[in-house]
Design a protein around this ligand. Sequence first.
Ligand code: NDP
Length: 248
Amino acid sequence: MGRLDGKVAFVTGASRGIGRAIALACAREGADVAGTYHPSEAKPDAILHEIEAFSRHALLLPLDVADEGPVAGAVDAILARFGRIDVLVTNAGYGEETPVEAMTAAQWDRMIAVHLRGTFLCVRHVLPGMLERRSGTIVTMASQLAYLGAPGLAHYAAAKGGIVSFTRSLAREVSRRGVRVNGIAPGPIQTGFLPSTPEEDRALADRLPIGRLGTPDEVAPTAVFLASDDASYYVGQILGPNGGDVMP
Ligand code: NDP
């Protein structure tokens, strides 16, 4: 028996990296999965087949999480297909390094829009159904950089700090109405997220107590845990699969 048997999970940014690993882990644990990919990319059909290989139903939708109309449309499409959303994982995001003195307002706005506004919009359109059923779990995706800060990534770290605060506020707001809200703040995970050289990766790994970078499959179990009844007493927590870089 899977930990998400019979659930419907909505995972944004499921085409690759951490989101893909979370979508597959949800399916492995018994959930039907609706995932999204960015509309500028080709539809990642392989994910559909990988989810269906777990004998679960899958839906893949193009979505820019910063646009409210398409977010509302995606939620409607998922509800039309599956009838409800039990688990929301707001994972979609991107990295971009720019020193603050060279950062344009457009770069700042886009970063905040995709991460912070995108998280809000997905929650905003999924939450009413969860509250109506008095049931659901929400897992947001922050970053340890919300706590550490990072040169060249001030807009990114600020957006992730906003997600931490949003997650805690939302948890305080809705927990007594049947919806559990928590977040994940991963450390450096090997994806295509930010371009880096092997030397840069080595230097980063050497800084970590565990001595290596993480993999998407080392983040996905945290999402499954927080989404499942195993985490029934976890509220407003930000868990950190981070190789020991941050020890709160
Ligand atoms: P990837 O670049 O591997 O994947 C990002 C995913 O987000 C892709 O599915 C991408 O879609 C999607 N995406 C990007 N922009 C948008 C958008 N505007 N609207 C909808 N979807 C979008 O990154 P990771 O897997 O590494 O990152 C996933 C999350 O984890 C992000 O929120 C990131 O900030 C966070 N994180 C990552 C860490 C890391 O070290 N990798 C550390 C801490 C947090 P498509 O493929 O179609 O472009």
